[in-house]
Design a binder for this molecule. Structure first.
Ligand SMILES: [Zn+2]
Length: 319
């Protein structure tokens, strides 16, 4: 008799916990529906031919047709990593990932949730309209540029839609739209990607020109050598403040970590074989400079300074 009571109690408890987790999931689904409806209202209450309206017109249609779905996950992630965009291994079945904690946060901090969704909508738009988006999924450089484009859309949304509606902005949104207003998101890339985007764009342009026969490998090498030498000279001077030290070191790090990858891609391309230019001595010089840069970065705890400086700021922005 006692056993029966216990079994019944366990069964009853399980039933309650299953039904409560069901109702919790329903509640999260309903909240997400409300958020998406709010986002629709915010975007389309303003008649505009802006990029955001164009992106949202297409993506809301995909959502309504269930061609693009939401994937709600339950993980402990920092605020700014609570959404994402993905697709399966064949490049099909696209989805927007959203953390359930972020959905619950909407009540108290609606603006950041809307901003982050617009960012993912931008990625979804690239997915549907840019045939190289899926193809380049493992290309670090292209991935970075798509990320910068999505941030630009997010910043425009904050500026043109959220601010006029008096939304209370998070620290990250303020930083993003202020950078956008000042004409460059390079500070955002410095902080979140540890990349000097201006340097990256410069060498990316070299890459394009090289493949269009508009510049030689020698030009690229010479530019790398003179840029790096100038940078190393600047290191001799004291820094005015921590931000200046940080941005300088990130620039140096970009020359060390990202630019050689672009140059190596050019060197290893078929096009390089057809060029008669003598770049081997430049190659040696580049490697020597890379050693000096590596030594400089490792010196004076510069690398740990980079990590601490960016981590401290990012933690503040994740609130
Ligand atoms: Zn992104």
């Amino acid at each position: 008799m006692k056993i029966k009571v216990v079994v019944f109690a366990i069964f009853f408890f399980l039933l309650i916990s299953i039904s409560s987790s069901f109702s919790q999931e329903n509640q999260i689904d309903a909240l997400l529906n409300n958020i998406v409806a709010d986002l629709h209202r915010v975007v389309f209450s303003k008649p505009s031919d802006s990029l955001i309206n164009k992106y949202c017109t297409m993506i809301f249609d995909k959502i309504n047709k269930h061609e693009l779905v939401f994937n709600i996950v339950k993980e402990e992630t920092p605020l700014l990593s609570s959404t994402g965009f993905g697709f399966d291994e064949n490049g099909l079945n696209p989805y927007i990932v959203i953390n359930d904690k972020l959905i619950l946060r909407y009540k108290t901090q609606p603006s950041i949730v809307l901003s982050m969704l617009i960012h993912e909508i931008a990625h979804a738009y690239f997915y549907y309209t840019d045939k190289y988006f899926v193809q380049n999924k493992d290309n670090e450089l292209e991935h970075f540029f798509y990320e910068m484009d999505a941030r630009r859309i997010e910043a425009m949304f904050i500026l043109d839609y959220l601010i006029p509606l008096n939304y209370q902005l998070s620290l990250y949104e303020k930083y993003l739209y202020n950078s956008h207003k000042s004409g460059s998101l390079s500070g955002v890339a410095m902080l979140f990607d540890k990349i000097n985007s201006d340097v990256l764009y410069k060498y990316y342009n070299f890459q394009l020109q090289f493949f269009q026969n508009k510049c030689s490998l020698e030009t690229v090498f010479s530019s790398f050598i003179s840029d790096s030498n100038q940078l190393l000279l600047m290191y001799e001077k004291p820094f005015e403040n921590d931000w200046n030290r940080y941005t300088f070191l990130i620039t140096l790090y970009t020359y060390y970590n990202n630019i050689p990858k672009i140059i190596n891609q050019l060197v290893n391309s078929e096009k390089a074989l057809s060029q008669s230019s003598q770049y081997s001595k430049h190659f040696d010089e580049m490697n020597k400079l890379l050693n000096t840069i590596q030594f400089t970065l490792a010196n004076n705890s510069n690398l740990s300074f980079i990590d601490k400086f960016s981590n401290d700021l990012i933690i503040k922005m994740n609130q």
